[in-house]
Design a protein around this ligand. Sequence first.
Ligand code: PLP
Length: 382
Amino acid sequence: MLAKRLENLHPYVPGEQPTDRVYIKLNANENPYPPHPSVLDSLEKTVRANSYRLGLYPDPDVTELREEIASMLNKTGGAFWSTKKSGETFCASEENKIPFTVTSDMIFCGNGSDEVLSFVFYTFFDSDRPLITPTFSYSFYPVYCDYYKIPMNKIPLKEDWSLDIERMTAEANKTDSATIFANPNAPTGIALTRNQIREMIKKCPKDKVFVVDEAYCDFGGESCIPLLAEFDNLVIVRTFSKSLSLAGMRLGYLVSSPKLIQAVFQVKNSFNHFPVDYIAQTVAKATCRASDYYIQNAKTIASERDSFTEFLRSRGWFVIDSATNFVFAKKDGVNGRNAYEFVKKNGILIRHFATPGIEDFVRITIGTPEQMTKLKEIMKNL
Ligand SMILES: *Cc1c(COP(=O)(O)O)cnc(C)c1O
């Protein structure tokens, strides 16, 4: 009964999602802070006052929300919080102005950035040449390559776990290929600067897209949105799941040139006209208007991350410098799987990957200060 194509399907495996609240969840890079009260007000009041809208199909073009996202990006500079090399933090809007005005025709919205990524793979990557991606990056990329039968050229990370920029650009040129990676990268947490990415794009094929997934950019990365003034083959993927505390709602978006955005709309309209429902559009609009609150949360998470990194290092752990809301760490003599199980037995979920090459590591999402205090107590016994 099943179609033959199912034989070669290898689904993505997310972090555990227990439905009760027995565990403290530090395993899926979710935000520990709830949405701003004004968001819940809008959900209740707007939906109640316009309840007839639940009986109608939502706006397929997501018009108002795309305008709100554009204003949020123009106001914040595209990243909530950045870390300078010196370690001090600053709000991106103070230093990182976008050198043009982001307009709503540069935005595409979908049902989580996972779905948005699926549209990106379908729209831009052909099966006649390999897609360039690092060996370790977001593990959904190989899943979609499988799904759409797109070959991959996985470029190993360097000794220090950073991207091998030279090799990635050389390989992209060799096969005239598109490129995709996350910046900051996952699960390593390392961020390239905007300048490093500018130099990469300059050296890559101009007629193939260059995709940067900025899921974690708000916790310490530099956004590539300003580079859209220089490159019309750049596609930036963003999500409301991490810095905007809405993983349970499902909303992701793209920022790119109007021409490429149009192409993605065409694909979306060939698959599902209405992936962003009325409630999601309402809640997300209110979220964009409360960006000051989320900037504060990103700042708190970034400083908690830095003190947790120090804690682990003082106890002999190897911790990669992270520009995200998680840390990737390992310790000699501690098995990654055992560390995960020990912490779970004590009531906290963290993430362990069985993937060869990173199986010694655990990935720990940064929670509230109270949650991190509990975790530190547990990890003292590891
Ligand atoms: C979490 C994550 C996503 C998925 O985000 P959703 O919008 O929740 O689907 C995409 N890319 C990266 C790198 C992520 O870490």
